[in-house]
Design a protein around this ligand. Structure first.
Ligand code: URA
Length: 199
């Protein structure tokens, strides 16, 4: 797909999410004047980050990872010598769950179809999962057998998998929010990311 085709296909996803009345989160979004957060970054990015779901700051601005956890993610991206504009950042669930509760299975089922399409459009070489929800979904999608192990065991690992468009490295990271309350974990995130990218 060329740049225009990618732009159009991603815009189509945005339009569908905007009018997703079937979502259990649609009413909550409108009542609170929130926006869905579909994703942002380079449409030809080699690296895609997949978080869980937008928080309040994200839902107010329609931008992924622009609040406190986003600052951690920005530092992580920088520490790997990259710029935020060079990567693509999205979430498994595109609307904010009330009070930041965990996404429900039916929400994951509904919104993951959009993530699947984003992956096929952008065709990243590396997908870094942020937290256990995107980890579980993507390990299952790509048939990684270790998928039932806890994130405490899997973080920092990179799995070579096959996407429809070619080979892909699935990198398992903790959610950046862990480093907001426990700054020592930033070092773990940084080490995991660098190791996984190199390996
Ligand atoms: N946490 C997430 O998982 N995603 C965001 O976009 C922001 C915070």
């Amino acid at each position: 797909m060329d740049a225009t085709e990618r732009y159009d296909a991603l815009k189509q996803i945005k339009d569908e999410v905007l009018t997703l009345k079937a979502s259990p989160l649609f009413k909550y979004r409108n009542e609170n004047k929130y926006y869905p957060v579909v994703g942002e970054g380079d449409h030809f990015a080699k690296i895609m980050f997949v978080g869980e779901a937008p928080g309040q700051t994200e839902a107010k601005t329609a931008r992924p990872f622009c609040g406190t956890a986003g600052k951690v993610l920005d530092r992580l991206i920088e520490s790997a010598g990259l710029k935020r504009e060079q990567v693509y950042i999205t979430n498994l669930v595109k609307d904010r769950p009330p009070g930041n509760r965990d996404p429900k299975p039916e929400e994951i089922l509904l919104y993951s179809k959009f993530l699947d399409r984003q992956i096929e459009i952008i065709q990243p070489k590396v997908i870094a999962t942020l937290g256990r929800f995107s980890m579980a979904y993507l390990m299952d999608k790509f048939g990684v057998s270790e998928k039932d192990e806890p994130i405490s065991k899997l973080h920092g690992k990179a799995f070579k998998v096959k996407a429809e468009y070619g080979p892909l490295k699935l990198v398992i990271l903790y959610h950046p929010a862990v480093a907001v309350y426990n700054p020592n974990l930033f070092g773990v995130l940084e080490k995991d990311f660098k190791k996984a990218l190199a390996g």
